[in-house]
Write a protein of this length. Structure first.
Length: 83
């Protein structure tokens, strides 16, 4: 799984990608340095779950005092087939 795999995810503090069964994001955190967030689901048909949970997970973990990354706001591309 590579950071550039899938649709591009961006933020002022990092970048990554989101696919049908995974999301990966690399952020620059003041307290911990480079931090990588990863969500992966097993099985097909879970892309809506990944698109919903991944940004919430990254934003919540980045805000945690132990990481020193936040606040982060991820920008996800529109799902395929939407306008």
């Amino acid at each position: 799984m590579a950071l550039a795999e899938g649709d591009r995810v961006s933020s002022d503090a990092g970048f990554g990608g989101i696919g049908p069964n995974h999301g990966i994001f690399r952020a620059r955190c003041l307290q911990t340095g480079t931090t990588v967030f990863l969500v992966q689901v097993n099985g097909s048909g879970m892309s809506a779950v990944v698109r919903t949970l991944f940004p919430r997970y990254v934003e919540a973990e980045a805000e945690a005092a132990r990481l020193g990354c936040g606040p982060l706001k991820l920008k996800l591309p529109q799902p395929a087939g939407s306008r």
